[in-house]
Design a protein around this ligand. Sequence first.
Ligand code: PLP
Length: 392
Amino acid sequence: MDFLTAKETEQQYLMQTYGRFQTLLTEGKGAKAVDCDGKEYIDFTSGIGVNALGYCNDHWLDAVTAQAGKLQHTSNLYYSEPMIRLAEKLCTLTGMDKVFFGNSGAEANECAIKLARKYGSDTYGEKHTEIVTLKNSFHGRTITTLSATGQAVFHQHFQPFTEGFAYGEANDLDSVVSAVTDNTCAVMVEFVQGEGGVCPLEKAFVKKLYDFCKDRDILLIADEIQTGIGRTGTLFAYEQFGVQPDIVTSAKGLGGGLPIGACLCVEKLGKVLGPGLHGTTFGGNPVVCAGALAVLEQVAEPSFLQAVAEKGAYLREKLQKMDGVESVRGLGMMIGVVLKDKQAGAVASACVEKGLLVLTAKTLIRFLPPLTISYEEIDCGLERFAAVLQAE
Ligand SMILES: *Cc1c(COP(=O)(O)O)cnc(C)c1O
């Protein structure tokens, strides 16, 4: 299919919910993608933080194709080895007690919200189900996770939204405390707000928030859908903040390119959701779980995580010195670039022209490169980025 046919046919048959970049990608390997005209791109997006090991990583591909040729789906009516092994691996690596598998980030957060509400009402009475999230957060696109998202723009068009959410300012404990009531069962945060503009929480705030929650038996939910699976230089970002969340949600990078969501919980929550209380047809799919295992086998290695942290530091250092860059923020290979005078959307489109895939987040340029990217590919991508910033 050529680009113009793709564009016209997409317009005719797909709901027009996305503003797409003007390229039809057809294949990729590692941190390089190729479009229908054979043009090559350096990928600083990983499909929005999903392809943790880049395109078509050999080990991941072997795991996925072998499982697809053996047994592609069983439903949750039966035991399935890849799912069980993945759950064991996730719990062993994190010290969490149990996991539930769904198919997306929003679903992982839905599970977290149900789990927190059930724990709250079981333990403290039926009204004890309110959840506080942070302003400028992003938690998903279902009606309930839109409610959880602390941005007014997401609270339009689809009324009535799910009740029971209140919002506090990030890095302002007083503001969070004033959103808490006697019926608050949980506080949910991203340690680095991704869609909100790559804004890391302050360590002191996180520590105070953790102590506050622990005192009152308010559950701390870490939405690690974007920050998890090595993205920030540790398996999960919370490790760098010195706190232990009660619930951790994971998705994006976990599947290495296939859809998965996971909700992990500590021991006291392990039996809150019993038979029949939650489920999803595709959850724990064997092919997806085999791929996720291949991802974890590589990403969880200390030397791999160390390399992510180093590549992230290298990227930030180079960017800080670049003409046209006002400032750089983020953690590991989750990077936000504040531009001096150019518009992020226009810069991102110009990058595609130059053979570089980048993301935006609010008014920033955002980089989420595959964690396996080489220094040579980083340099090549940065050269193309600099050329775009310098163009008239
Ligand atoms: C992407 C994202 C989600 C939603 O994940 P989906 O897979 O798109 O449903 C939720 N929370 C955070 C922090 C995200 O980055």
